[in-house]
Design a protein around this ligand. Structure first.
Ligand code: SAM
Length: 502
């Protein structure tokens, strides 16, 4: 029996694989891919398919197909899909090796946690399938473990594999690996670079905190301790991509494909030594010691513009959001400082940009059409020549700094920002409340850590229960007493984290 049938991969969703995220990068690069709201998506090695099940619930006009050779995971996924009530997801138990190269026509193809973890013939097959099944303006997402960063992790993986080579039971294997790494960590001196690495890794194994044991066992067994876990340099990967008539479009987090944060001196050297755009990607991975790649691919002959246009036309029709809010800060020197929960900050003394970011803060976690944001900002700050381009340039700069400052969307996710009479979250979130996993997924397909309070409340957020019923439900589900104020507070927090759609 396959290991994945015995130990299912955890039920994880991956925000950066969402067609909306891929469509935004495509749009910014001049490739006009299909709208996320009416597209077709194929996921290879989908596990139980929860990633596409969660997407499918909120994109009823799109079609999703998931392939995995683990029959057990596919059966589990079908049960989840029917519980969530989605009918636009088709899950198939099949080996990618047995699929025809032309397996249909998909606007988006996802292979997450796949390429590094399968034998070479499967990698070759997956790339051929992407070439022959991707729509002309389609985008494929392929992640893999990357060198040079993975060289260090390779040392940790190999010591764990050696230590556990005679242990068959997965749970025992994981415990032995963890204990051994902890012992190695303790014996290293404080200032030794290897000591630093192994201690940090060891505490990540212990510090997975509330991670349920089953999820911890599954990720370690299937990721670090997997029989095949082959990292690649981005240059090797791109060679493979090019050999199939495909091209590397960009890193899914677009800032990873741009030299954000590098000094001009460093950039000058890199520009002088890099022989091509793709060569530059490799140099950036050396500079960043990157250990994981989330690569986006397109057809080699797809109409793509390699220079990002910072003008207003590039953002026309896109929705804009920000997690940042204004903060009093002397460092802003007469300007306004906007700070996101992850600490990223943007400071501006320009009235146009201040009012735009004030507006984005006011509508959080909702988003606003670029044209409406521009109208709002110019109404507040007064019209000025070049306002549209100035706003677009500032938004794009911040987007490339990190998505918490600015995120773009090709459609408006159905988020509500205030708590209604009978609040509603997604059926997928209600399902996750009762499952032994760490995270649920919000309306924007981002992971949100499941707290005890959330587990108690989410099942009642189906648009049928009013506040009194929700409060009673929470009281009976929680061991600790809970007050009306606390439940109201929790509901408001859910609205702020984009968990509510009604
Ligand atoms: C590391 S898991 C990743 C699961 C999911 N994509 C994720 O990232 O959460 C790899 C998945 O690929 C599947 N897989 C491996 N080889 C395969 C093959 N040849 N054909 C189909 N699925 C395969 C496994 O069953 C497993 O579910």
């Amino acid at each position: 029996m396959e290991l994945y049938d015995r130990i299912h991969y955890p039920l994880l969703t991956h925000s950066y694989t969402h067609p909306d995220r891929l469509a935004v990068v495509g749009r910014l690069m001049g490739l006009m891919p299909a709208d996320a709201a009416s597209c077709s998506v194929l996921e290879l090695g989908c596990g139980s398919g929860v990633n596409i099940i969660a997407m499918a619930e909120l994109l009823p006009g799109s079609r999703f197909v998931g392939i995995d050779y683990s029959q057990g995971q596919i059966e589990a996924g079908k049960a989840i899909a029917s519980r969530v009530g989605v009918t636009n997801v088709e899950l198939q138990a099949a080996d990618v090796l047995d699929l025809p190269d032309a397996f249909g026509r998909f606007d988006y193809i996802i292979a997450h946690g796949f390429y590094s973890w399968v034998p070479n013939p499967v990698r070759q097959k997956a790339m051929r399938l992407i070439k022959h099944s991707l729509a002309p303006r389609g985008i494929a997402f392929v992640s893999f473990n990357a060198y040079p960063g993975w060289h260090q992790f390779g040392a940790l993986r190999e010591m764990m594999l050696y230590r556990t080579r005679d242990i068959a039971d997965p749970a025992e294997k994981v415990l032995a690996a963890r204990a051994f790494v902890a012992m190695v960590a303790e014996t290293q001196s404080d200032d030794d670079p290897f000591g630093l690495l192994v201690r940090e890794y060891s505490s990540s194994l212990h510090g997975r905190g509330p991670m349920p044991e089953a999820q911890f066992v599954s990720t370690l067994i299937h990721d670090e301790l997997a029989e095949i876990n082959q990292p690649f340099y981005i240059s090797q990967f791109i060679e493979h991509v090019n050999s199939e008539g495909l091209d590397f479009l960009a890193e899914a987090d677009l800032e990873g494909s741009t030299p954000v944060g590098m000094s001009e001196d460093v950039l000058n050297v890199l520009n002088a030594i890099a022989t091509s755009r793709l060569d530059m990607e490799q140099y950036m991975d050396f500079m960043r010691n990157r250990l994981f790649r989330k690569a986006l691919l397109c057809h080699a002959d797809a109409p793509v513009s390699r220079t990002l246009s910072a003008g207003a036309a590039a953002l026309s029709g896109l929705y804009v959001g920000s997690a940042a809010g204004p903060q009093d800060d002397e460092a802003a020197l007469g300007g306004v400082n906007f700070v996101a929960p992850d600490g990223l900050a943007y400071s501006t003394d320009q009235p146009l940009l201040q009012s735009a970011f004030q507006h984005l803060a006011a509508v959080r976690p909702d988003v606003v059409l670029f044209e409406d944001l521009l109208a709002h900002a110019t109404a507040a700050a007064g019209p000025s020549e070049g306002a549209a381009d100035a706003l677009a340039a500032a938004l794009l700069r911040n987007y490339l700094h990190g998505r918490s400052l600015v995120h773009f969307h090709t459609f408006r996710p159905p988020i509500v920002t205030s708590v209604s009479e009978r609040p509603r979250t997604t059926a997928f979130a209600r399902f996750t409340a009762g499952v032994d996993i760490d995270d649920t997924t919000n309306v924007r397909h981002e992971r949100i850590t499941l707290t005890t309070e959330m587990r108690a409340l989410l099942p009642f957020l189906d648009g049928e229960h009013d506040f009194t019923a929700i409060l009673e439900g929470a009281k009976s589900a929680l061991v600790e007493p809970v007050t009306e104020v606390e439940v109201r507070h929790e509901l408001q927090w859910l609205a702020r984290t984009a968990m509510l759609l009604g």
